[in-house]
Design a protein. Structure first.
Length: 343
């Protein structure tokens, strides 16, 4: 969804994710939700399309069009394309190129100073006013999910995005301990693609793998297991064919990345002070991000950790909502948002 012309000078909050970019505009809410994908002319380097328009080209574009996901594991992998994509998204919601809005962007908790600077530079080149504010993704997710982050009681947030899973214990407005695992939705998709090649000799695309994961994928046994017919290309003959697959097979294929996500939660719990660990047992943990929508994940997390798992009310929007709420109350929450001047 993209908004039309907005009032000049409005502040912008951005969840610049590996899979999707979301933009919140002060006073208007979330006005853009697009895949973090760009189509680039291979010869000229010019941007051909971004977002949904570019994602629809994936696996279908001619050789002269290069499809790029400029973020990998939550950080910028292709700075030039990322800056162009971000500029295009900002222009969709802020068409006056002379207006430079205040901006806050979420980044992974373990991002390096160089990586954080790259995000700030990309935002400035794309039209943000200096300084660009940075907030750690798990803090933004916790705020957006409605957790009482300023209270002395501990809250455990698990934000499963496209490229990273961010796990953090938050108390008194700060992150007590955090762990960022570079395994999330993308790895779940890749495990499904690998299983089809290994078990069925069938090549499927990333979009197809994601659709299967959403339709019949699960992290916990289903009361009624499901089946689906999946189309792809035979790896031996190169001809198109269809393969039947069960939800048990998809669950088995995704077991390794799911276990790595569970391990990230356990690692964070092991680093948590005993007093705060007692709070987490009482409060449970909160799942956010697109990965939180995987069927049966709360049950699997609870079974493996012994802690009740809740899913945020709108997990896909938790981070961008948290960014927006911080931006709306920036004077009171400057201890949470950092700028390049504080490095």
């Amino acid at each position: 969804m993209a908004g039309g012309s907005l009032t000049l000078g409005r502040d912008i909050a951005i969840d610049l994710g590996t899979a999707n970019t979301l933009i919140y505009v002060r006073g208007a809410g979330v006005v853009l939700d697009e895949p973090s994908t760009a189509a680039v002319d291979a010869k000229s380097g010019q941007l051909v399309a971004v977002g949904w328009e570019a994602k629809r080209m994936w696996g279908r574009a001619p050789k002269n069009i290069r499809l790029v996901r400029p973020l990998k594991d939550g950080v910028i992998a292709d700075f030039d394309v990322c800056e162009k994509m971000l500029r295009q998204f900002i222009q969709m919601v802020n068409p006056n190129r002379w207006n430079k809005p205040r901006m806050i962007i979420a980044v992974p908790s373990d991002v390096t100073g160089v990586e954080r600077r790259a995000v700030q530079d990309a935002a400035e080149f794309a039209g943000a006013r200096r300084p660009v504010y940075i907030i750690e993704e798990p803090m933004a997710a916790a705020i957006g999910a409605g957790l009482p982050v300023h209270l002395p009681s501990a809250n455990l947030i698990v934000d499963i995005g496209g490229g990273t899973t961010e796990v953090a214990v938050i108390s008194m407005g700060g992150i007590v301990t955090a762990h960022s695992a570079r395994v999330a939705g993308d790895e779940l998709n890749e495990s499904v693609i690998a299983m089809f090649r290994r078990e069925f000799g069938l090549d499927i695309g990333e979009n197809t793998a994601e659709e299967i994961k959403i339709q019949i994928g699960s992290a916990w046994p289903l009361a009624d297991e499901l089946t689906a017919d999946v189309g792809g290309r035979d790896a031996r003959t190169g001809l198109p064919r269809t393969q039947a697959v069960t939800s048990e097979q998809i669950r088995s294929a995704m077991e390794e990345p799911i276990q790595l996500i569970i391990d990230a939660i356990k690692t964070t719990l092991e680093r948590t002070p005993p007093e705060l660990a007692a709070d987490i047992i009482n409060n449970g943990l909160m799942l956010s991000g697109g990965g939180a929508l995987l069927t049966g994940l709360p049950e699997r997390v609870a079974a493996d950790t012994g802690i009740e798992a809740h899913v945020a009310e709108d997990p896909l929007l938790s981070v961008v909502y948290g960014c927006g709420m911080t931006l709306d109350n920036l004077d009171a929450m400057k201890d949470i948002a950092r700028t390049s001047h504080l490095e």
